[in-house]
Design a protein around this ligand. Structure first.
Ligand code: 6PG
Length: 249
């Protein structure tokens, strides 16, 4: 991959998955230390799926976790499936089991979605209200996350912003229910206005199955994939990749 593109898109490629998740944990700690020192708190939005599991496990590792003051860390969920918390599909369950239950984080610092499986519309409205209360913002202003973790799907989606789904066009609301026709389900997701207002946006992606779509996302025409609409309008965007996914760059 040309170094100019690497630089322009702030792409970091690591030897393998372990090196990738270790580097992501180091970045999380570094940005966390800066946020806590500089602003007294570290507000993060965590993503689901399988890729971040290794990152969460590494972050939960005592010698990493002990480097952060978890009393000053506040956790939101970037997106969720419309399933019960007890479902193996639940992002909240995965993130809680792999990270939140293993670090000294009080429940008040974790902002869960109310009833993702019961009433997605109401849950989305309620979650936005939760965000507004936490950030203490009126309408018109946007919340600013310090660490917005995103994944990449093989169809170029990110969070639960899928190709052709209504949420791609959302410009006002912060968090919405989003009908995903191809999955025949409704998802719940943070919207572009909030994602793009983050201080740090980190795409964490790995594996050869996504090498083709990653190349297209990073070097192909804009506007083809939802992940291409993620722009660091108020901060920095990082692509944290392993060699396998970066093979075609
Ligand atoms: C989700 C995620 C989603 C995920 C991608 C990649 O709820 O599944 O938010 O956007 O990051 O689908 O998933 P994998 O990491 O499992 O490939």
């Amino acid at each position: 991959m040309q170094s100019s593109l690497m630089e322009k898109k702030n792409v970091s490629v690591f030897e393998n998955y372990d090196a990738l998740v270790n580097a992501t944990a180091e970045l999380f700690v570094k940005l966390g230390e800066e946020a806590i020192k500089g602003r007294g708190g570290y507000v993060v939005s965590l993503s689901g799926g399988s890729t971040p599991k290794g990152f969460y496990a590494r972050l939960a590792d005592k010698e990493v976790a002990s480097r952060l003051d978890w009393s000053k860390i506040f956790v939101f969920f970037g997106d969720e499936r419309t399933v019960a918390y007890t479902s193996p599909e639940s992002n909240q369950r995965m993130i809680t089991e792999s990270l939140l239950s293993k670090v000294p984080l009080s429940r008040e610092n974790v902002f869960a979605l109310s009833d993702p499986d019961m009433d997605p519309k109401a849950t989305a409205i309620d979650y936005e209200r939760t965000m507004r209360e936490f950030f203490g913002l009126d309408s018109g202003e946007l919340p600013q996350f310090d660490f917005m973790l995103l994944g990449l799907g093989e169809d170029g989606h990110t969070a639960s912003l899928f190709p052709g789904s209504p949420a791609l066009a959302e410009t006002q609301r912060w968090f919405v229910d989003n009908k995903v026709e191809k999955l025949n389900t409704t998802r719940l997701t943070t919207t572009y206005p909030v994602i793009n207002n983050s201080r740090n946006i980190i795409f964490l992606a790995s594996g050869k199955a996504k090498a083709a779509v990653l190349k297209d996302v990073l070097t192909g025409p804009e506007g083809k994939y939802p992940s291409q609409n993620v722009k660091a309008e108020k901060g920095k965007l990082y692509w944290y990749l392993d060699k396998e996914i970066a093979a075609d760059l």
